[in-house]
Design a protein around this ligand. Structure first.
Ligand SMILES: *Cc1c(COP(=O)(O)O)cnc(C)c1O
Length: 301
């Protein structure tokens, strides 16, 4: 099987000093976005053990869920095809024209099933998804965002890139699966900073706590989006930030997750949240396929 994901593509890139000089001792970025243009970033880590399990147990079809801009759906479609598996995406909402993400899913052979926003809320009900995909053989259902035990364990494999000299590891949070996976593997003294690009983070907090042992020390913190109005929302200020970040670092950020993380981190530098001896590793979790909708306003691709 010619799987084209190679961990050796990942690098740790020091950010341009002009962005943190005098505030912290180091600020580097873990470039998981370099893994692969479609299965980029953390999505590959959350999928890899799920796909391995599917192959081992002889499942033929991967079924999963997401919205019209879901990086997880795009990654699943591509990865499933690479593994010789059929894929089905249960999509929230219906569309007269497919979003670029959904188009890409379909090009990678994913069958799309559209359900209303109301109906989509049933996704955790036993039997609901099975019913929708009854005409497929040997299905393995992976929850939205790859948020299961195997997703968490796979995300924990990202720890191989994180040196123990970092005092803080910053990452974007959607379901919280990646944060939980890393929290279980990293040195307890390394503080995790999770940036949730939504107005609230109660669900994510519960999800993360559910994965951690109850005696887990308080070594992780979540931050909400207080500036851009919630998930998928952006404005000119954010676009401007993405372009200026690119000018200084030659690193493309995505509009949903990593741009808001870096924006918030820089705000925290300004507010003197950190001490000058702190060393921060920022995880670039990919998601660049989602930039298609703002492509014209970005100076990079
Ligand atoms: C999906 C995604 C996340 C969120 O990952 P979780 O494990 O669900 O918290 C973060 N960044 C990017 C770019 C993503 O696509």
């Amino acid at each position: 099987m010619g799987i084209i994901i190679d961990d050796r593509r990942v690098v740790i890139q020091p950010l341009n000093k002009c962005r943190y000089k005098g505030k912290v001792a180091a600020m580097d970025m873990l470039r998981l976005d370099l893994l692969h243009p479609t299965i980029s970033g953390n999505k590959w880590y959350k999928l890899r053990l799920n796909l391995g399990y599917a192959i081992e147990k002889g499942f033929k079809t991967i079924v999963t869920f997401g919205g019209a801009f879901s990086n997880h759906l795009a990654a699943t479609a591509f990865a499933a095809r690479q593994f010789g598996l059929q894929s089905v995406g249960i999509v929230r909402g219906s569309f007269d024209t497919l979003t670029p993400t959904l188009q890409q899913c379909r090009e990678n052979g994913m069958e799309l099933i559209f359900v209303t926003h109301d109906d989509y809320r049933n996704k955790h009900q036993p039997g609901w998804a099975e019913n929708l995909v009854a005409h497929f053989d040997e299905i393995l259902i992976i929850p939205e965002g790859g948020a299961n035990e195997r997703g968490r364990a796979g995300a924990g494999l990202i720890d191989r890139f994180v040196r123990s000299s970092y005092t803080h590891v910053a990452l974007s949070v959607g379901t919280g699966t990646t944060l939980a996976g890393l929290r279980l593997k990293l040195n307890p003294l390394q503080h995790l900073l999770g940036f949730v690009p939504m107005k609230q983070s109660t669900e994510q907090r519960q999800h993360i706590i559910g994965h951690l042992p109850s005696e887990q020390p308080e070594n992780w913190t979540l931050f909400n989006d207080t500036r851009f109005g919630g998930f998928g929302k952006w404005n000119d200020e954010l676009l401007h930030f993405m372009n200026s970040f690119y000018e200084d670092n030659k690193i493309p950020l995505d509009i949903v997750y990593t741009s808001k993380m870096m924006y918030n981190l820089e705000q925290m530098l300004t507010d003197n949240y950190f001490s000058t001896f702190h060393k921060i590793l920022c995880i670039h979790s990919g998601g660049l396929q989602g930039n298609v909708s703002v492509q014209e306003q970005l100076i990079y691709k």
